[in-house]
Design a protein around this ligand. Sequence first.
Ligand SMILES: [Ca+2]
Ligand SMILES: [Ca+2]
Length: 71
Amino acid sequence: MARIEDARKTFDKFDRNGDGFVTPAEFQQAMVEMGDRHYTVGLAEAIVRTRDANGDGVLTFEEFFEKAKDL
Ligand SMILES: [Ca+2]
Ligand SMILES: [Ca+2]
């Protein structure tokens, strides 16, 4: 099915420079573009942190879509 492709498309929307990582700034910009004009970088940072499994401050494709696992 096209599920993985849909996921990839969504990820690409967030990964604005196409380097394979979503930064909090990219996350925030994507949310604003999708209509949430009051979405702050601080909020984006908080969301990224909850999913950032390896703690490097950015999200890979896997981190973006997987719920935080037990480390
Ligand atoms: Ca990026
Ligand atoms: Ca990460």
